[in-house]
Structures are given as structure tokens and as C-alpha cells.
Write a protein that binds this ligand. Structure first.
Ligand SMILES: *Cc1c(COP(=O)(O)O)cnc(C)c1O
Length: 381
């Protein structure tokens, strides 16, 4: 079946017991055994839960993986992925990452001797020279990146990683499977913060890994249970509920983001607007090829630095000043002092996350209201 149909039905057939069209929320921490060590598929709630199993089946289906694994947060999923790496492993990662992912990479570097090389993943030569330098266990990518919205050519990155016998994991949070499916390009693992577009309503914290290849899936499922960063059944239900409208929402997010990005480009006080749907985006052609839409995230750099960013954020009326993204409501934030404050200033500036950068998560309100809101805020600079 096609993607939009699978959004509604994958992992969610009517309940065999009652016919309920929604997956029930199984609030049970343990499950009766028919004899010692004989069960009906579920034993203990950390190991597995029927509501979570439905979500995991849906995620595997939508990303085209062999197995989905749900976690209590995106970082819970990321931390469990890092547990897979023997101490002293080498990782090559994108140089523009979610601040919390960078923070945990750096923690593992100091604490467990993980070696992490950050490269500009828009440049395949930079990826290749890092992969070639030494035996690398994992290539870790975001595309589009957070917050600079840089793209990585997934097929090319996978080709290079294959030549270096390196696993590829892709944080697909910004695109969601509605716009991009990294496993189809040959990646091994997809990571999500389901807090964002998959949940879609800013009402839960959750994460996921979707894995291609049975042995790797078994290893990560083992770690999911061993580490225990699992979501509650109710949170799983809310993500399942969010998933049903994912395509509708992503279309609306994309429409408003395109309108907002276009209205800001060239405006007084704006140095640059970063959005893959703009012709001025350095990888606009790749975005057209690799994605089924450009997403709801727009970043803009103001000429007046931090004071201008603060004034701009204060004047917004429809956008709410808050961390996070991907919900139905529009949010705005200042990466340098909020989501990316754990990246040291020198490192941050080297990567292009300046004090004048503002990140917008365009919601599904009327795009005209969003455009008027940002234009009024710009006029006040
Ligand atoms: C939010 C986010 C995460 C972390 O997810 P949490 O659910 O907040 O733990 C990871 N990657 C990206 C791209 C994110 O935006």
C-alpha cells in the first residue's frame, strides 16, 4: 500500500479482541505467564508492551526497516545507540548537530574514549577523507541539519561508508519519513525524536530507532531492554495518533515554511535565510531530488546579532518563543542561547551558528498570519 494509507493502518489493525479501531493503551507493567517462562508474547513492560509494539511496527513500516524500537526520548534512543559502540571506537559525525547529540558525543569522548571527528557533511570529499583516515565504526548524519538546514547526499554518503565498511545512522527528525527515508538510500539506522513531527502536537517526549538488517536490529533491541529508556504506553498511543496525520501536517508545514522563507529573503536587517525550498539554498537541487518536500524548519540570520535576535523574538505574536519543533503551533528560538548553548561559543561560531541566528518551526496556522507575524517583527528591528 501507499505511504498515506500505511500512515493510517501500519501496525494498527482493529483490535482482535474487541474490534476497537484504535490500538488500546495497555497500562500493564507485567503479563501473566501460562507456566514458568511460557508467555503470550509479552512478559514485562520494559521488554515489550502491546501499544509500544504497534508503534514500533508502524515506525518500521514507514521508514522501510526490519524493526522499529521506541524510546522515552530522542536522546534516550541516541544514548542507546552509543551503547553499541565499544570504548575507543571512532565515529565520524556531521558538524551541525542537535546540541544534545553533540553534548552526549562529547561526554562519551571524555568518559569512554570515543573518538569523534566532526565534518561538513555537505561535502562528500570531507566525509571520505575522514572515513579513510582510520577504521570508523559509525557515520552519524543529520539532513537537513539542526539548525543550519544543511543537506547531506544520502546515497553518496552511504556509498562512501560502504567502501569504508562503516555503519550509517541518520537522524531523520527534521524531515520525517513523509519527506525522506534514509534506509531506502542504504543507511542502516534511522533515529527520531518522536517529540517532533511524528508526535506532532507538542504533548509528549519520545524517540525511536528504525533498523535495517536483522542482527543489528537484534543487538539494538537487546540494548533497548538492557538500558531501559522506554516510553509509556500512553505516550506510544499519542505518537500513533500523531502519525495518522503526518502527511497532511507535513504538507501544511512545508507550505507555511516556504511562504515565511520567501517573505524574509532580502528583507531589511536579514543577512540570510536558510530553507531548502529556496532557490538560493546551496543544495536546493539535492533537496528536490532527495526529499518529497522541504519541511517546516526555517533559520534566518539577522545582521544585528544577539540584540536583533532578541528584539525579533520579543515582537513575534503568533510564533511562541520556545525550544522544540515539529508541532502544529509555530515556535521560534535562539539556538546560540537555547538549543545549542551546550556547544562552546568558539565551536558554534566556527560552524556558522552565530548569535544573530533565529530558528523557526513553522506550524500549520494560516500561512498568511505567519508571514504577517515575521514581517511585523522584522519591521521593528
Ligand atoms: C529534539 C531533537 C533530538 C532529541 O530528542 P528529544 O526527544 O528531545 O530527546 C535529536 N535530534 C534532533 C534533530 C532533534 O531536533
Amino acid at each position: 500500500m501507499r505511504f498515506d494509507t500505511r500512515l493510517i493502518h501500519a501496525g494498527q489493525p482493529p483490535d482482535p479482541l474487541t474490534g476497537a479501531v484504535n490500538v488500546p493503551v495497555y497500562l500493564s507493567s507485567t503479563f501473566e505467564q501460562t507456566a514458568p517462562n511460557k508467555d503470550r508474547g509479552f512478559v514485562y513492560g520494559r521488554t515489550g508492551n502491546p501499544t509500544r509494539a504497534a508503534l514500533e511496527a508502524a515506525l518500521a513500516d514507514l521508514e522501510g526497516g526490519d524493526r522499529g524500537l521506541a524510546f522515552s526520548s530522542g536522546l534516550g534512543a541516541f544514548a542507546t545507540l552509543l551503547e553499541m559502540l565499544p570504548s575507543g571506537s571512532r565515529v565520524v559525525a556531521g558538524d551541525d548537530l542537535y546540541g544534545g547529540s553533540y553534548r552526549l558525543f562529547e561526554h562519551h569522548r571524555r568518559q569512554f574514549g570515543l573518538s569523534v571527528e566532526y565534518v561538513d557533511t555537505t561535502n562528500p570529499e570531507a566525509i571520505w577523507s575522514a572515513l579513510r583516515a582510520a577504521k570508523t565504526r559509525l557515520l552519524y548524519l543529520e539532513t537537513p541539519t539542526n539548525p543550519l538546514l544543511k543537506l547531506c547526499d544520502l546515497s553518496e554518503a552511504v556509498r562512501l561508508a560502504r567502501a569504508a565498511k562503516t555503519l550509517v545512522a541518520v537522524d531523520n527528525t527534521f524531515a520525517s519519513p513523509a519527506l525522506q527515508r534514509p534506509l531506502e538510500h542504504g543507511a542502516h539506522i534511522v533515529l527520531h525524536s518522536t517529540t517532533k513531527y511524528l508526535g506532532g502536537h507538542s504533548d509528549i517526549i519520545g524517540g525511536a530507532l528504525v533498523v535495517r538488517g536483522r542482527p543489528l536490529a537484534e543487538r539494538l533491541a537487546w540494548l533497548q531492554n538492557a538500558v531501559g529508556a522506554v516510553p509509556s504506553p500512553f505516550d506510544c498511543f499519542l505518537v500513533l495518533r500523531g502519525i495518522k496525520t503526518l502527511s497532511l501536517r507535513m504538507r501544511a508545514h512545508g507550505k507555511s515554511a516556504q511562504a515565511v522563507a520567501q517573505s524574509l529573503e532580502g528583507a531589511r536587517g536579514v543577512r540570510r535565510v536558510l530553507y531548502p525550498g529556496l532557490k538560493s539554498h546551496p543544495q536546493h537541487a539535492l533537496a528536490r531530488r532527495q526529499m518529497d518536500g522541504f519541511g517546516g524548519m526555517v533559520s534566518l540570520e539577522l545582521k544585528g546579532g544577539a540584540p536583533a535576535a532578541r528584539r525579533f523574538l520579543k515582537r513575534l505574536r503568533v510564533f511562541t518563543l520556545a525550544e522544540s519543533l515539529g508541532g502544529v503551533e509555530s515556535l521560534a528560538e535562539h539556538p546560540a542561547s537555547m538549543t545549542h548553548s551546550s556547544v562552546p561559543r568558539a565551536e558554534r561560531e566556527k560552524r556558522g551558528v552565530s548569535d544573530g541566528l533565529v530558528r523557526l518551526s513553522c506550524g500549520i496556522e494560516d500561512p498568511e498570519d505567519l508571514v504577517e507575524d515575521v514581517r511585523a517583527a522584522i519591521r521593528g528591528l
